[in-house]
Design a protein around this ligand. Structure first.
Ligand code: NAD
Length: 262
């Protein structure tokens, strides 16, 4: 199937590794012009790797998505380099693990900045350009924790629900501009973030990492964690003109882990 992504301009934030990087790579494979950002210099290495593999130029910027000025900078650089913006994928690092008792107010404020306000600011800054696109789309990366809270992740369990509310609202309000807005709710997908969460779990439970993985896999009908590439394939399709009538969808990519009927 032709996803009609050739020449489209795509910004994927927090894309130096994990789900963001895999998504950026897949867009580049489809011939899109890709901009990626993250806080450290590994973003440039990620861009070089994707360019080498796909032959597509990738713009890399060092950006902290909690800083509104950085967000303005990445949007402006995107438009300056590629002449517009068609697709925005809002991603950020995950908030630290912990229970309610472990988590102080500063951690709550930081997580709101990282996971909610970054998406708000990105959409605000991108909208003037998305409104000029002929096939605009926004994808927020949230979590399966919005359907079923995950143990030891009170911040993610709470704050990502606000991003779902934002996504759903935008899908209603921006429909008249033909801007489709969807979210992917990843389940367990093996990345560095998951490795960190597993370390936090083993420190609390006294189990080995292998035992923790076995217990997670037992809760997934497909019996395993997903790969970043499996996530990226869905993300790229959902943002592409091939999904032109899909709007306001909160799509689980979790191997069937969430068994709810809605
Ligand atoms: P990851 O830790 O592997 O990658 C996170 C990326 O975010 C990195 O590129 C990092 O540099 C970047 N980043 C972190 N803070 C940033 C900031 N302030 N500004 C700019 N960039 C920043 O994580 P991942 O597994 O790829 O997950 C991506 C998102 O999806 C996270 O929010 C995570 O919590 C969520 N999620 C992941 C899973 C999973 O199983 N992997 C499941 C559910 C939700």
């Amino acid at each position: 199937m032709d996803l009609h992504l050739s020449g489209k301009v795509v910004l994927v934030t927090a894309a130096s590794k994990g789900l963001g990087k895999a998504t950026a790579r897949q867009f580049a494979r489809e011939g899109a012009k890709v901009v990626i950002c993250a806080r450290s210099e590994i973003i440039e290495k990620a861009a070089a790797e994707i360019e080498t593999e796909t032959g597509t130029p990738v713009l890399a910027l060092r950006v902290d998505v909690t800083q509104p000025a950085d967000i303005e900078r990445v949007i402006n650089a995107t438009v300056e380099k590629f002449g517009g913006l068609d697709i925005l994928v809002t991603n950020a690092g995950g908030p630290p693990p912990g229970t309610f008792d472990d988590t102080d107010l500063t951690a709550w404020e930081n997580a709101v900045n990282l996971n909610l306000l970054s998406a708000v600011q990105l959409v605000k800054s991108a909208l003037p350009y998305l409104r000029q696109s002929i096939a605009p789309a926004i994808l927020t990366i949230t979590s399966s924790s919005t359907k079923q809270p995950v143990k030891n992740l009170v911040l993610s369990n709470s704050i990502r629900l606000a991003v779902i509310g934002l996504t759903k609202t935008l899908s209603q309000e921006l429909g008249s501009d033909q801007i489709r807005v969807n979210s992917i709710l990843p389940g367990w997908t093996y990345t560095e973030r998951v490795d960190e969460l597993l370390n936090a779990r083993t420190a609390k439970s006294g189990k080995t990492k292998a035992e923790e993985i076995t217990s997670i896999n037992a809760g997934v009908p497909l019996g395993r964690m997903g790969t970043p590439e499996e996530f990226a394939n869905v993300a790229v399709f959902l943002c592409s003109p091939a999904a032109s009538y899909v709007n306001g969808v909160m799509l689980q990519v979790d191997g069937g882990m969430n068994a709810g009927t809605f």
